[in-house]
Every structure is written in structure tokens, then in C-alpha cells.
Design a protein around this ligand. Structure first.
Ligand code: GLN
Length: 282
């Protein structure tokens, strides 16, 4: 009689790196048996039923093919929230949490109801993380992709933040139909240059190209966002944008050209300059 493999054997025989195999098997256990991750150890002699086993094999084969873990799980943790993610949106990155923390610092300083704009929201990560941590903030989040906005709206519902975050479709400031002035503008726009080799490596191969590259020098979206800031920022208001590791000088220059003051470069946890912020003069 051929015996079906135990969880222990599935893990030890898996072609994936051990940590990835554990993440995917824990996902299968949660989905098919509502078991916590600790069951990988406490129930390691368990044998998967047919549906769970088919799922496991499909996940391993898709991961071997390069599919990002976040798309396979359908979710990704970011700042203090968890987001649904799917191939129509960029997978939120840990370095982008810096942008959230800068916005939250400003909101705390203002200590009153604030209006925040997140340009190019994707899954809604930045907008929803801000709203979740700052109940006094109202956030408008834009994206030109209706598919991304669909996922972002779903995330707002699931996190019960739909009364605090409003979504608008369109390219950068064109998405806004009124003349609101914002206390803080944040954006993580596509900033990878056309034909940058990173676009054909790792997770990026599976993410929407339009969320990664401007199909030009990498600076054109940052330029459009910074150039338009004067119309939409309150006097004294703050803008903070994420950029590539080698773009901070160029972004500082764009902010100088836009007559912003108090321009600061912020480092991510890896020590790369990752965000530049500036302020509109009073
Ligand atoms: N931070 C992403 C990466 O380097 C790029 C996201 C973007 O272009 N905004 O993979």
C-alpha cells in the first residue's frame, strides 16, 4: 500500500527554499483546515486530503515558475494592516512604510482633522495604512487603473476604512474633480527607467509594468507630481515621494524648481535614500 506523505515529508522533499515551503504549506492548512501555522509542527504527521494536496502542488509549481509569494497567498502585510493583492497591483514593499511614517508624523504634528492625498494608490496600501493609524485623517486615493481601484476599494471595505478613504480614477491630479487643498500629498509612483534590467527579474516580472516604470527615464511621473503640487497643497503643506535608490538628487532638484522649501532626503531601513519631502511656503 503506497502511503501518502506527511506534512514533514512534504516539507523535506520540497524543491523550494524551506521558509517559502513553510509559508505555502501553512496557507494550505489555513485554507483547507482552518489550522494555524503552528500545525506545521504540532500536526507534522498529518496527511493532506485530495483538494489540499492538489492546491499545495499547484502552489509549489507556480512558485517554482517565479510567481511572487504575495500573489500566491493573495495578501501582503504592510505597516499595521494586511492587504489583498492580485496581479493587477504592485505588491506593497517594506521600504514604502517610510512614506506612511512621514505622513503620520505630520498628521500628529498638526493634531487636527487633516486631508491627505495618495497619488497612484495601487492596492491602497499607503492610503489605508495612514487612515488606519490616524482616525482624524481623511484620505483621497487615486489610480489610473480601474482594476487597481477595484482591489483598493475591496481593501477599504475589509479594513472598515471606507468612510475615511475616498477613491478617484485618473492620472495624477487629473483624478481630482474639485479644488480641495491637501495638508499632505504622498506618492509611490512608477520610477524604474524603461528597459532597466530589474524589470525582468524576480517578483517584478509578474507585477503590472505600468506600476513600475514610466516607460522613460524613471523621473517623468515624479516630475509631473512635483510640478503639480502648487495647485493642490495648502500653504505650509507637506509632499513626500518615494524614488529609486539613485534618484534623490534629481528629485531634490525637481522640488527646488517647484519652489518647495525644507527639502529633506529620508533613508529606508537598508540605508538607501528612498523618499524626498518638501514643503510649500506659507
Ligand atoms: N520599489 C519598487 C521596486 O524597486 C518599485 C516601485 C515603484 O516603481 N514605485 O521594486
Amino acid at each position: 500500500m503506497s502511503s501518502s506523505p506527511s506534512l514533514r515529508l512534504l516539507l523535506s522533499d520540497c524543491v523550494l527554499p524551506a521558509n517559502e515551503a513553510r509559508i505555502l504549506l501553512a496557507h494550505v492548512l489555513e485554507k483547507h483546515y482552518q489550522l494555524p501555522r503552528s500545525a506545521l509542527l504540532s500536526r507534522d504527521d498529518m496527511v493532506l486530503n485530495e483538494a489540499a494536496s492538489t492546491d499545495w502542488e499547484a502552489l509549489v509549481s507556480r512558485r517554482t515558475n517565479g510567481d511572487p509569494i504575495a500573489y500566491l497567498l493573495g495578501k501582503k502585510g504592510f505597516h499595521n494592516i494586511e492587504l489583498l493583492v492580485a496581479p493587477g497591483v504592485l505588491i506593497p514593499r517594506p521600504e514604502t512604510e517610510l512614506l506612511v511614517d512621514i505622513a503620520l508624523g505630520e498628521i500628529a504634528k498638526l493634531n487636527q482633522p487633516t486631508l491627505i492625498l495618495d497619488l497612484g494608490t495601487g492596492s491602497g496600501a499607503i492610503a489605508l495604512a495612514i487612515a488606519s493609524a490616524a482616525p482624524l485623517a481623511t484620505v483621497i486615493a487615486t489610480d489610473q487603473s480601474p482594476e487597481a481601484l477595484g482591489i483598493a476599494r475591496q481593501n477599504a471595505q475589509l479594513l472598515d476604512l471606507h468612510n475615511q478613504v475616498e477613491f478617484a480614477q485618473g492620472s495624477w491630479y487629473e483624478a481630482l474633480d474639485n479644488r480641495s487643498l491637501f495638508d499632505v500629498i504622498v506618492s509611490n509612483p512608477p520610477y524604474i527607467a524603461n528597459l532597466d534590467p530589474h524589470l525582468t527579474q524576480g517578483d517584478l516580472r509578474f507585477e503590472p509594468l505600468s506600476a513600475l516604470t514610466d516607460y522613460a527615464s524613471g523621473l517623468s511621473c515624479l516630475e509631473a507630481i512635483i510640478a503639480g503640487v502648487d495647485q493642490c497643497l495648502k500653504p505650509g503643506g507637506l509632499i513626500a515621494v518615494e524614488h529609486g535608490f539613485d534618484q534623490s538628487e534629481a528629485v531634490v532638484q525637481l522640488m527646488q524648481v517647484a519652489h518647495l522649501i525644507d527639502i529633506q532626503v529620508h533613508l529606508d531601513l537598508a540605508g538607501h535614500s528612498r523618499v524626498v519631502s518638501g514643503r510649500k511656503s506659507l
